[in-house]
Design a protein around this ligand. Sequence first.
Ligand code: IVH
Length: 684
Amino acid sequence: MQQAEAVREIERLRAELRHHNHLYYVLDDPQVPDSDYDLLFQRLRQLEAQFPALVTPDSPTQRVGGEAVPAFATIRHEVPMLSLDNVFSADEFAEFDRRVRDRLGDMLGQGGDLLGPPDIDYCCEPKLDGLAISLVYENGVLARAATRGDGLTGEDITHNVRTIKSVPLCLEGSQRPPLLEVRGEVVMPKAGFLRLNEQAAARGDKIFANPRNAAAGSLRQLDPRIAAQRPLEFYAYALVRSDGLAPAPTQSGMLRQLGGLGFRISPEIRTGRGCPFVMDFYRDIQVRRDGLPYEIDGVVIKVDAVRWQQELGFVSRAPRWATAFKFPAQEALTVLRAVEFQVGRTGALTPVARLEPVAVGGVRVSNATLHNFDEIERMDVRVGDSVVIYRAGDVIPKIVRVLPERRPAGTVPLPLPTQCPVCGSDIERPEDEAIARCSGGLFCPAQQKEALKHFVSRRALDIEGLGDKWIDQLVEMALIKTSADLFCLRKEDLLPLERMGDKLADNLLRAVDRSRQTTLPRFLYALGIREVGEATALNIARHFGTLDAIMVADEAAFMQVVDVGPVVAESIATFFRQPHNREVIERLRDCGVTWPDLEAHGQREQPLAGQTWVLTGSLSTLSRDQAKEKLLHLGAKVSGSVSKKTHCVVAGEAAGSKLADAEKLGVPLMDEAAFINLLSSHGL
Ligand code: IVH
């Protein structure tokens, strides 16, 4: 391809990718499947590799995280980054409103002397609990990003901010203003935060205390590849400099302007008149707070008219025209009374802190999680310690800090149990793992209960009404041990249970009966195989089609399944090798648990089965290992040397003797572009 043609093609691809990025990350409204996006992205990457001179910093390919920086440079804020005053109650907010109206006084005009100045229009925004940052755009392209720092100078975090998908690298729309400065908050959504901590806990890494710390920690990395893997989002709330754009007359208008430029704006923002409107907004958000995808610590109330804002001005470091209206704190200080250990479905022991009850954010808390043993050791938390607990939404509260200066005399480090507190089996804790497990397996009643609760849960066999309290009783009365026992329950087994009635028993038995007809993905998920969540269960089911095919597969065969790596493959293969598990599965089938078989995608989509392929030279869009894995997916064998039997040689850049061998033997050759096409035509 000629350079001129490449320029046009690259521009077209970038525009299209930006458009889809915006739909996906800013508007939450994707309009093409991910695979289409990936294809465009790959094509752009390929062209840019071919024409490196055409790579620009605002290209969508430049988000993935470039080189690490040696240290943070400082950036001076042209317009200082201020903070906000706080109010904590309706009365305090009414005082704020009174001050605003008094100051504006006569300017507000026809207020009526007796009634005082008329009501103010306020722009009401959620106060996102993250990190304030400033973004500078030059000629429409992101040039710099900085932390707030001390308000006058911050740290240059451009390398990390570029990796946040909701930060446009290039402004939307036809305008290219010479200079624009946007401020807003970087947050880590709750779901991403929980996942990050789960992974950290499993690896024995440090747990982040809350999403704000996690967001701050992510932005404070020298290596942008770390930030690129963190689920961060950016919400804009202010446009502080905009050469070449007509200024909006109101805060709400400015937010719309920011939306038009391609920024994500919180959908919760409302504008309305006077204290009653603000109070309604505050209460409404407070009620819905737990359900929001990110954490907020209050709302921010801003005088909407920019004219009035200018009139009101600033006092020391905060505007007079805005205030934070905060929610009650989410941290509290209390005392650790005891630590107990809970045994989960896979035997994992979770330390649970029993606390002196304390109110946090309006909820009484008496238990908190300590995640795992490493966390206990790291904090050296002891019974009797004063601890800071953190609670957000419906998440389990956790201990985030110990206050050693308040430690009473005579405390001892917490002993880690050597025996399961439920069944007495030995506790195993592999050297390199943070997780300790009960070795009792399904002999351990705690594991039995948890495995059964999982089996009947909504996304598994979905046995309606068979809640935890029934499972607990059924196991304690030795009426059931494994999932297969559920299908042998009779009415006379159920009736003696506490709080069980005639009708309830009938309903439960009917629900058990109904659940016999299920689907293969649900059944696989219900088995509770370690590392096999819903998505993996679905991939396995689609790949093999039938349970019989799954039960005879080995590790290598499981590795062929989409998104299954060696750890998961081993876990699945080990599960199906256990005679005990096979027996339970047979009994379940004997009890009439059944599902329609699926079409086995694994078999059907192995278009290269029986073929031997060779890779040589380097590919610009894939590593050698990735290319090999994809060929294996398609059923090919990948060999290191070329022979007459080789079906095809994929020749990348700087291919050497293997290319010559292929030519000599007349083996078909494929260049990178054709290879990528082949892969994408099979959805890889
Ligand atoms: S406006 C001059 N709006 O709250 C006004 N701040 O306590 C500057 N924050 O540093 C801030 N959501 O990190 C504003 N919708 C919002 C906000 C918000 C969160 C944070 C921001 C600021 C802190 C002040």
